[in-house]
Design a protein around this ligand. Sequence first.
Ligand code: ATR
Length: 273
Amino acid sequence: MNGETKVYAVIGKPVRHSLSPVMHNALFKKYGINAVYVAFEVFPEQLRDAILGVRALGIAGLNVTMPHKEKIIEYLDKVSPDSKAISSVNTVINSNGELIGYTTDGTGARKALERFTNVEGSRVLILGAGGAGKAIAYELAKYSDVVVLNRTPEKARALEKFGIKGDALTMENLSYYIEWADILINATSVGMGKYESLVPKELLREGLVVMDIVYKPIKTKLLKDAEKAGCLTVDGLWMLVYQGAESFKLWTGIHPDVELMRRVALEGLRKGK
Ligand code: ATR
């Protein structure tokens, strides 16, 4: 590090267990980029000041996580059409003082899926219409038929403006739409840190692709049940890696080494335990 070192950061609360610093620092090293990536814990009431700080200090780029993804929009100069549509920013580029917001949650999930299966023209069932569910549904609906089931049905139905069918997360709907789907995605927090799943294992069948956005534990109950049923599975760490890779591409123009990102993220996960 020297006087020219650029600074990138993730802002959020909590943020101490973020795997983004290890992934991006490994990439800066690999590509010989004079930059460092750090984590800043920012309370909601300090977000405005934090963004003023980004401008004043010339921080080169940000990742944005809970709880700031929506609120940050009003402090930026521009946002991408995708960010505007879903009111969410997880990546900021500082372009000569102009702060521009993007979202890579949806593209990250799509690229993770595309690593293992064909997405275009498929039928996708997403459980959850929170921030992550919405971003994934909006992106996949550009390529596939998407249905979203949510515990609070109004949040799922609000996605109908994007051509996405939304309904209540009932056992009847779950069983009907899993039968219909080629790809099932858990975009709720169910399974995080707990051995539980929203999907009765009897509903899983060979040939179904099952993705979980939860990555702690890396093999959730849903993914274990899916593996046993003969499904192809995609874990949440792949989504984390690919959303990070998309951010890195926005900052540097480089398509990064996702295997390296996964390796260091896995190591980070193990150490965090
Ligand atoms: P994120 O940004 O990670 O998506 P979020 O916006 O808080 O987080 O969304 C969490 C999602 O998990 C929501 O879809 C939530 O359902 P509600 O909209 O009904 O709250 C879903 N979720 C959380 N716990 C759940 C549970 N026990 N059963 C079903 N859905 C659950």
